[in-house]
Design a protein. Sequence first.
Length: 309
Amino acid sequence: MLLRSLLRRLLEIMLVVFGVITVVFVVMHITPGDPTQMMLPDGAPEKAYNQLRMAWDLDKPMYVQYLMFLQKAVRGDLGTSMWRGVPASQVVLERIPMTLQLTVAGILFALVIAVPLGVLAATHQNSTIDFVCRLLALFGQSMPSFWLGIMLMLVFAVRVRIFPVSGSGSFAHLVLPTVTLGTYLLALTMRITRSEMLNTLNEDYIRTARAKGLSSRTVLYRHALKNALVPLITVVGLQFGTLVGGAVVTETIFGWPGVGSLAVDSIRLRDYPVVQAIVFYVSILVVLTCLVTDMIYTYVDPRIRFVKQ
């Protein structure tokens, strides 16, 4: 049963990736702009443009280009970067670790702060602590990431000069992008943790655990928090894709050499193979994250069946 479920999920992953890269292929090719005009200097003869278009098969109809792309993609060939002259997969795979590093750091930053604050707010409902936590969550979800990133840069990199303005290579370079990327998830996770803890603390089994004489710490963290984690896991799993997408803005602001900044540059230059490779690998990461999230459910709450009937 487990093997059949995994095979079904893998088929779903293939269909999702196929649909996503198809949409991106069409959108990129119908968007106004000719990459050959960017690659050649102004005043180049028309013959040079035609030769370059033929070299990249841009002179063929779009459906022919699409079939050629699929034929190569099945063999693992996602094309060659028009500007770098190297395989598009190589360009993207070199950047993915940096984006994953930033994304994971953003998630850890959010969880380490949000879960304790959410529990604290739930156990002190309607108190000053609860009010402050809800206010912080409201601000965190209201601030656009690009505005927050610019403000953090101006304060901590330009005025105070604690952290570098941009780039990568050290822990200090990671701090400001992590805070920028993880703030929204922090606020969202805090609100969900508070809400789920309030619901869980009113359940009968929590009152039974307290009646048995268990300590408040045991009841709170071993019983209540564990059962409140399922919706939290759902949010974190779904937000992984959002964070990878949101990394486009964050990486551009801080000059972080990840997939996000690569996507911006490749779209601007109409580097079709690199854009398609980015979408291919990112979509695989997102759907695999959803699969892992479903599997984690069974560990946290065995009542949830991994195999759907």
